[in-house]
Structures are given as C-alpha cells and as structure tokens.
Design a protein around this ligand. Structure first.
Ligand code: GLP
Length: 243
C-alpha cells in the first residue's frame, strides 16, 4: 500500500482529486464508489471545480455510493444519500438517474437492495476506484470490525463506536442499528483502492491500518492485500507512524 502524506487536509484532498481526475480521463467508462462522511468533502469540492473547468470528462462515468444508515433516506440531513447528493452529485454535470446507483436505506426489502447494487457493480465490470474514508474503528463503509471480507453488498449491525461517532452527522438524535454497505469483496477488488484520513483523531487508526496486523478486526488494514491501494493522509493523521 502506498502511503501519501500531505501537509494538510486541503493538499491531501487536492492530491486525491487529481488521482481520480487522471484515472477517469484515461478510462472514461469508470465506476467510482464514493464514501460519505466528512473526510471526502474537500475532494468532492475539487472534483466539482474540475468539472466546472472541464478538466474531467464525466459523461460515461458511473457512481455507486458506498453505504447508508438503515432507516434513513434523503430527507434526513446527514444521511449518506443526502450528503453525496448535496455535496457532489447535484453539482456535477451528470444525469443522476442514469449514472448514480444508491442504496435505499428506507427499503423494506434490504436483501433485494443488496442484490440490486451487486448487479449494478457487476454489470459495470467491477469497481474502478473505491474512495474510502477510514472510520475511527477502521471500518470501511459499514464493514465493521470482524466483518467477513468475502461479503459483497450486505446489511451489517453497527459497532458501538460507529453509533457513538455517527451522532456527529445529525442535527437530531437518530436511532440507527445497522448499515447497508458495499462489501469488502467489491471494494478491495477495485482497480484502485484509495483510503483517506485526516486529523489527529485518526492518527491511532491510521497507524493500525498501515503498521498493525492485517486483520478483519481492523477492516482498513485489509486494503494492504489489494493489488493497487494507497492511503492519503495529512501530517496530523500520520503523526503516530514510526517512519
Ligand atoms: C461513516 C460512514 C462512511 C465514512 C466513514 C468515515 O460511518 N458510514 O461512509 O466513510 O464512517 O467517516 P468520516 O469521514 O466522517 O470520518
């Protein structure tokens, strides 16, 4: 796994966006799997800017969103779907109906939702880029510690850490017990796996991801087994690394 350390969050985000722009311009028919959460927000700003300046060709790109809180949908500010549409999809010159696939966290047939998104990913020939924020417990999407790495799309009970940390996204108290997520099998088989983390609060999990044991207890560490993986961090997130 390549480790790319940038001086600050802004430079880190710019480098991630540049990587995605280059990839897509070389392979216009790409499938991008993009995380919600706070970490990718600045990368999204750079992608929007690049699209405005016509520096990226998105006409044939497809997007699959990484995850959603079960029971939440677009009406809840802070849900994954609301975050992605507000900060990215609605700002890009794309046909969202045709180019974006998203889990419906409100569906009463979540198993069917999983198979629907599996089919979408498979019909695109797999994921090109997985852009993944690292959770405080090392989760990727809602692939929580102890997850089966062979899972495709799945519904997964939330780890206590995720429930506690998750409160930061919402204005009101929400009762969420599970997440629906693209599984590690799809994510880590991507042509490029990009992990991102910034800030002092992520320093411990970044150290475990890069220097700790490769274990399902730290899902982000499994990215080290992917054929092409990189982790972009800022200096604060890297300050516990031994080298
Ligand atoms: C959240 C979300 C993920 C996100 C991750 C990291 O729980 N389910 O989509 O990538 O955890 O979040 P953040 O970037 O806010 O630290």
């Amino acid at each position: 796994m390549k480790v790319i350390v940038k001086e600050n969050y802004d430079l880190m985000s710019k480098a991630v966006a540049d990587n995605i722009i280059n990839y897509v311009n070389n392979k216009p028919k790409s499938l991008l799997c993009l995380a919600g959460g706070d970490t990718p927000l600045k990368t999204f700003e750079y992608l929007v800017k690049a699209a405005e300046n016509k520096e990226i060709n998105l006409t044939e790109v497809k997007f699959v969103s990484l995850d959603e809180w079960v029971g939440l949908g677009p009406a809840t500010k802070g849900s994954c779907v609301e975050t992605l549409y507000t900060h990215l999809y609605n700002k890009l010159p794309i046909n969202v109906e045709e180019q974006v696939c998203f889990f419906d966290g409100l569906s009463n047939d979540l198993e069917n939702e999983c198979r629907r998104v599996d089919s979408f990913i498979e019909s695109c020939g797999g994921i090109d880029i997985s852009l993944l924020g690292i959770g405080m417990n090392g989760h990727l999407g809602f692939n929580e510690p102890g997850v089966n790495p062979e899972l495709k799309c799945a519904v997964i009970p939330l780890d206590p850490v995720t429930k506690t940390v998750g409160a930061k996204y919402f204005d009101e108290e929400v009762d969420v017990q599970a997440g629906i997520t693209v599984g590690l099998k799809h994510l880590l088989d991507a042509k490029e796996v990009i992990l991102i983390a910034n800030g002092e609060k992520k320093a411990e999990i970044v150290k475990k991801t890069i220097e700790g044991e490769i274990t399902t207890e730290v899902p982000s560490s499994l990215a080290r087994n992917s054929i092409d993986s990189s982790i972009y961090i800022d200096t604060e997130a890297g300050n516990k690394l031994s080298k």
